[in-house]
Ligand binder design. Structure first.
Ligand code: PRP
Length: 189
């Protein structure tokens, strides 16, 4: 039986990050993260940002042999100023108020303007987390509008419309097992 998803795959012009490359990126990131936290005696909490980061976080966490806890947040950022903090709306919040003594590792699928992680990391630091680090599968630095550099980065990509492995267009394509570049005709029709 053919278990592929041909119509979704056909909407991609080409594969940008293959399943195999995603696996090797996750191997490398897991090693970097382990090295960073291995001597910490604080509680490590992986904060997965819904929805797009889910597949990446799942691949990453199974490669981490560190003791860690799992939390989810869903946020969206507002405001166009390049200097001000702007606003962040929290749709799904952490299930705890006191972040003291916690090492937070925020996991994202992609950084574009940088606004979401810029504001979210400020928010979490203001809640007294001991440390806040960020890990992204993909980074589009050419789109940056605020000064933000992730602590752990899977791969820098060009400014293309990417879908798959959590990334969506109109909520579709998240279940593709690779990251592909969407055909222009799909989003311009
Ligand atoms: C995406 C991504 C980041 C944000 C990055 O989320 O997961 O959270 O956009 O963009 P920025 O760097 O310009 O702030 P999205 O709002 O598409 O939500 P989703 O993960 O639920 O699809």
């Amino acid at each position: 039986m053919n278990t592929s998803t041909p119509s979704l795959q056909n909407d991609c012009a080409y594969t940008l990050v293959s399943e195999q490359e995603i696996a090797s990126i996750c191997d490398r990131l897991a090693a970097e993260i382990t090295e960073t936290y291995k001597d910490s005696n604080r509680r490590l909490v992986m904060v997965v940002i819904l929805k797009g980061s889910m597949p990446f976080a799942a691949e990453l966490m199974k490669r981490l042999s560190l003791p860690l806890e799992l939390e989810f947040m869903k946020v969206s950022s507002y405001g166009a100023g390049t200097k001000s903090l702007g606003e962040i709306k929290v749709h799904v919040d952490l299930k705890r108020d006191d972040l003291m003594d916690l090492d937070l590792l925020v996991v994202e699928d992609i950084i574009d303007s940088g606004r979401t992680l810029f504001r979210l990391t400020e928010l979490l630091k203001n809640r007294n987390a001991h440390s806040v680090r960020t890990c992204t599968l993909l980074d589009k630095p050419s789109r940056r509008e605020v000064d933000f550099v992730p602590d752990f980065c899977g791969r820098v990509i060009p400014d293309e419309f990417v879908v798959g492995f959590g990334l969506d267009y109109n909520e579709m394509y998240r279940n593709l097992p690779f990251v592909g570049v969407l055909k222009r005709e799909v989003y311009e029709k």
